[in-house]
Design a protein around this ligand. Structure first.
Ligand code: BES
Ligand code: MN
Ligand code: MN
Length: 470
């Protein structure tokens, strides 16, 4: 299923752009490798100087290709904002968003080649940020350069917005967009920060889940205690926490937080039918994960669970003695990090409140509970109607030689909802990652072929969009 299956037939990557991309291929790889060598880990203050270096690197390249570029400080990491507005009168304006920050690389010992020494192996580029999202951001810059280098112009006006806080929740970006909504006004937002359904199958993303992430601290006695001298008479915070965690789900896998599903909307029937038609191999999925049984809500397919249903997951737990051997101790406190992935129209704040109420109610007497909100983001769903999606289907068809499929996504890009809401523009999510890409994990990679086809698809998209008008 594509927005317009017929529209993707018969177009090709323009020869001049394709040829330039072929000539420049090595240099575009070299530049990407340079970008990937900068350890732009947004979560760690020891990398603040690297964040500035990554922003400056990007700034320099956008300026070099002909964009008017600014690096704008925020209370967190800087935003790089670049503009090119010399398209013919009446041409659409597009906003390209990406993030130059990356997740921490640990555990380092599990990387085959070092996280910040990009390495080409078996047709894949391995490095932290290769696919999420520096590689995908860079392929946009390369596509823009192709137009400006070959033709001296672009068929659309372009604003590039690259942030450095996506991996830590994009806290300062919504206010940034709000404050500059006039400057950022556009006809479409285009983002490559997602994956394709499978190799060779270009994909347009129709939804993202939102996020409500909380930390729960359970405190009992004012100190760790001798488990023999006190055990049996004092409420154990680790056991109390285990009860709380166990109470989050019913036995059949449904989330047990009262009201959790109240705001959940059904996905449109055509979108669900499209998902059902995707060639998803559940046995292979299980084999890949090394599990023999899957969990979650009954009554939904695996892709429906991942893309259309909310979930509540433990991300980490900490309590008591976890070192070598046995230490007889009754821990004084316990902690869990819990995240809920949300779907339209769940509200992160409301879910956080419901979760907090539930946790407090589930806590046994004898412990105190503290709940801290870490971050949140709204879910998002595309309309998939209109010239933007038809142009995308044609451009992807031209580069990949086949029509795209429509996918959903279980992950979150909180700012997507903000773009749609504040700017009122349709958002196109077209990513070039692949299943198994190891985003956030050791040995993250992007396929070199997808990097190349991605540059071509995006370069073609600007022609297709201009031809379609606004
Ligand atoms: N690019 C990912 C999200 C993603 C992954 C979208 C795969 C589509 C397909 C993004 O960088 C990410 O990791 N987001 C975080 C958000 C959080 C830190 C607020 C996530 O989903 O955990
Ligand atoms: Mn990303
Ligand atoms: Mn990420």
């Amino acid at each position: 299923m594509t927005p317009n299956a017929k529209a993707s037939m018969g177009t090709a990557v323009p020869k001049d752009l394709d040829q330039w991309l072929r000539q420049q291929d090595q240099r575009l790889h070299d530049d990407l490798f340079e970008f990937l060598r900068i350890p732009s880990v947004s979560a760690r203050s020891e990398h603040n100087a690297d964040m500035k270096r990554a922003a400056a690197w990007l700034h320099g390249h956008l300026e070099r290709i002909g964009f008017t570029t600014r690096t704008i400080e925020t209370p967190g990491h800087p935003v790089v904002l670049a503009e090119w507005r010399k398209a013919p009168a009446g041409a659409p304006t597009v906003l390209v968003y990406g993030h130059y920050d990356v997740q921490p690389p640990e555990p380092l010992e599990l990387w085959t080649s070092p996280a910040f020494e990009p390495t080409l192996r078996g047709g894949n580029i391995y490095a932290r940020g290769s696919v999420d999202d520096k590689g995908q951001l860079w392929l946009h810059v390369a596509a823009l350069e192709a137009h400006l280098a070959v033709r001296g112009t672009l068929p659309v006006n372009v604003v590039v917005l690259a942030e450095g806080e996506e991996e830590v929740g994009s806290e300062h970006l919504a206010p940034f967009i709000e404050a500059r909504r006039g400057e950022l006004a556009c006809d479409a937002v285009v983002i490559s920060d997602s994956t394709m359904f499978a190799p060779g199958i270009p994909s347009i993303l129709s939804s993202l889940r939102g996020l409500a992430y909380l930390q729960v601290d359970v405190t009992g006695p004012n100190s760790d205690l001798h488990s023999g001298m006190y055990g049996g008479a004092v409420v154990n915070p680790a056991a109390a926490l285990a009860r709380i965690v166990a109470s989050l789900h019913h036995d059949d896998g449904r989330v047990a937080i009262p009201g959790f599903y109240d705001a959940v909307l059904d996905f449109p029937a055509p979108v669900r039918a499209g998902m059902k038609a995707l060639p998803f191999d559940e046995a292979e999925f299980k084999r890949h994960l090394g599990v023999d049984t899957l969990g979650g809500e009954p009554g939904f397919t695996t892709l429906e669970k991942l893309w259309t249903r909310p979930t509540c997951e433990v991300n980490g737990m900490l309590s008591g003695y976890t070192g070598e051997g046995a230490k007889t101790v009754l821990p004084g406190k316990a902690m869990v990090k819990v995240s809920c992935r949300l779907v339209p129209d769940q509200d992160p704040k409301e879910v956080a409140r419901a979760l907090e109420r539930h946790v407090r109610a589930a806590a046994p007497p004898g412990v105190t509970v503290q709940v801290t909100e870490l971050h949140g983001g709204r879910p998002w769903r595309a309309d998939l109607e209109g010239p933007l999606y038809d142009a995308a289907a044609r451009a992807l068809g031209a580069a990949f030689g086949r029509a795209p499929v429509i996918t959903g996504e279980g992950g979150s890009i909180p700012v997507v909802n903000d773009f749609a809401r504040i700017l009122g523009a349709p958002v196109l999510l077209v990513g070039f990652g692949l299943p198994g890409e190891n985003a956030h994990a050791p040995d993250e990679w992007i396929s070199q072929e997808n990097f190349r086809l991605g540059m071509r698809a995006i370069a073609t998209l600007w022609d297709e969009l201009a031809a379609a008008g606004t």
